[in-house]
Design a protein around this ligand. Structure first.
Ligand code: NYM
Ligand code: MG
Length: 211
């Protein structure tokens, strides 16, 4: 820490496809801002950077990439944001992050021949979250939500394997929320959890993930 001022909290929102992560992440940032807190939204993959554009094309199936190569591209897309993530946290800005390295590991290790330990290597050392909010929804319910099935990985079998992998990554700073609740009910729980963590982080140093 450069100063003794309270830092922002690193809050990660994770879950399978169509569990409401993006809707909830935006609502959470808006609610924090409305309360006068400093907060920003971060989204992975960030499809706007040159590296993120490769990931976007891969997901939209306009580009084929070898499985290890695309895994490293998703990781590189996080590493390119690490300096700005650390800077913002140190400046007291809370970051709400829509997907992170847990998605990276859960999706790649759903492919044949990939073990979880190999998948974790390339994200080892990025900033560790203060809290992971994990949204769960039975895969069959997620499948029936809008826009499901157009991108790579959006098949029921693949999603089921990814969800099993997320569960292997859970540690004590994860909280699971039932994504079949109403949008407002989920939002209220996320807001309460986040507010509590923001008060706890104080000047605590930012740890490194999986180190
Ligand atoms: N995904 C996302 C990965 O396979 N690896 C990663 O590291 C990340 C961050 O990309 N199906 C997958 C999960 C999703 C897809 O996510 C894009 P979204 O939230 O639909 O943009
Ligand atoms: Mg998607």
């Amino acid at each position: 820490m450069a100063t003794d001022r309270n830092r922002g909290a690193l809050i990660i929102i994770e879950g399978g496809d169509r569990t409401g992560k993006s809707t909830q992440s935006k609502m959470l940032v808006d609610a924090l801002l409305a309360d006068g807190k400093q907060a920003e939204l971060v989204k992975f993959p960030d499809r706007t950077t040159p590296i993120g554009k490769l990931a976007g094309s891969y997901l939209q199936k306009t580009l084929d990439l070898e499985d290890h190569a695309i895994h490293l591209i998703f990781s590189a897309n996080r590493w390119e944001k690490v300096p700005s993530i650390i800077e913002r946290l140190e400046n007291g800005i809370t970051l709400v992050v829509d997907r992170y390295a847990f998605s990276g590991v859960a999706y790649t290790s759903a492919k044949r021949g990939f073990d979880i330990e190999w998948c974790k290597q390339s994200d080892t050392g990025i900033p560790a979250p203060d809290l992971v909010i994990y949204l769960t929804l039975p895969v069959d319910q997620a499948t029936s939500r809008d826009q499901y099935g157009t991108e790579r990985y959006e098949s029921t079998q693949f999603q089921k394997r990814a969800v099993e992998n997320f569960e292997k990554l859970m540690t004590k700073n994860w909280t699971t929320l039932d994504a079949s609740q109403s949008i407002d009910a989920i939002h209220q729980q996320m807001k309460d959890l986040t507010t509590e963590i923001m008060q706890q982080v104080g000047t605590r140093s930012i740890e490194k993930l999986w180190v």
